[in-house]
Design a protein around this ligand. Structure first.
Ligand SMILES: [Zn+2]
Length: 342
């Protein structure tokens, strides 16, 4: 099959397009999906760089966010058939442990993400357990449908499950133009919250406002903490941080007493200095987030089908140009998602 394989850890030169990679063989409870589109995530870049504690065996295939058509199903699969148009839930788990059975599959001891340790979607075909495929929202193209699972699942877990977002909340979303940023703005607005987003240019700020952000702060030109405190003297209820070292403490300083910081992703590094006393005196909650329960993806998918959430695809590259797509994502010129068409 056609695939982009990762042959070593480091730069984009380690990604190679081939046409003769062996097709995956499915087990009885698995399905083979003919990939139509696969969206990029920063995760892909971390895995390519070998920057995570967990490294896949090489050659590896990246790609967590897949849409496509079911090509073949295992003998035990009843609810899905050949020809179904589907999206893939990127979180892989055992399916039988206590955590999996109680709806916390992202706490499973065997938890993995498609394209992290397991071969993913930068290929003509990918295999996944049958429980990982969902119907594609009918109103979305394959490119659009591949663009939301990982980011919206993580953001939903952060804002809805962990931060318990309410209509009267004021929410700060760092990096509103990123994949998780556009998800954060939309989910927060869906719940009726007041949304402050940050963006790095006037063009991106305009697009954040079009998505629903009430106020946009330029994080290169303005002091974000000061601007937030000018808007709301006591601070905001929720901050969503996926930037890491550069913003973590600023996020805490933006919060009101009892506020909640939800965080995941560390594009600027994973070390932060914390003044413990500042945090406990103000009863600030630091809530780590890693993906989210698979079941939430069904809810999110329905919201896309009803038009209440919108996919934001910035640019589509052909599969062969996966390296170029990585470089494009790394230079942060995008607004929303970068997708590979297979
Ligand atoms: Zn499990």
């Amino acid at each position: 099959m056609r695939a982009v394989i990762l042959e070593g850890f480091g730069g984009v030169e380690n990604l190679r397009y081939v046409e003769d990679f062996p097709e995956p063989t499915i087990k009885d409870d698995e399905v083979l999906v003919r990939v139509k589109a696969v969206a990029l995530n920063h995760l892909d870049i971390w895995v390519r760089l070998g920057a995570l504690a967990v490294k896949p065996e090489l050659p590896h295939i990246l790609g967590a966010d897949v849409s496509g058509v079911v090509e073949r199903v295992g003998s035990l699969v009843k609810n899905i058939k050949e020809g179904d148009e589907v999206i893939v839930a990127p979180g892989l788990s055992c399916g039988v442990c206590y955590e999996c059975q109680s709806g916390h599959d992202n706490h499973c001891k065997d938890y993995d993400i498609l394209g992290l340790k397991t071969r993913g979607g930068y290929a003509e075909y990918v295999k996944v357990p049958a429980r990982n495929v969902l119907p594609k929202p009918k109103n979305l193209s394959f490119e659009e449908a591949s663009s939301f699972p990982l980011t919206f699942l993580t953001v939903w877990n952060a804002l809805v499950n962990k931060a318990q977002i309410k209509p009267y909340h004021r929410v700060l979303i760092w990096g509103g133009s990123s994949g998780v940023g556009v998800a954060g703005i939309q989910v927060a607005k869906l719940f009726g919250a007041f949304v402050i987003a940050t963006a790095g240019s006037e063009e991106k700020a305009k697009k954040c406002r079009e998505l629903g952000a009430d106020v946009v702060i330029n994080h290169y030109e303005e002091d974000v903490v000061m601007r937030v405190r000018e808007l709301f003297k006591e601070g905001v209820d929720i901050v969503m941080d996926h930037v890491g070292s550069a913003t973590f403490w600023k996020s805490v300083e933006c919060l009101k007493k009892g506020g909640r910081l939800v965080f995941f992703g560390t594009t600027t590094g994973s070390q932060a200095n914390i003044d413990i006393r500042y945090v406990f005196v103000r009863e600030i909650q630091l809530l780590g987030v890693y993906m989210g329960p698979r079941a939430d993806l069904f809810k999110i998918s329905q919201l896309f089908e009803r038009g209440l959430l919108k996919p934001v695809v910035d640019k589509v590259f052909p599969l062969e140009e996966a390296g170029k797509a990585h470089e494009y994502l790394e230079t942060s010129r995008h607004f929303g998602k970068v997708v590979l068409r297979v």
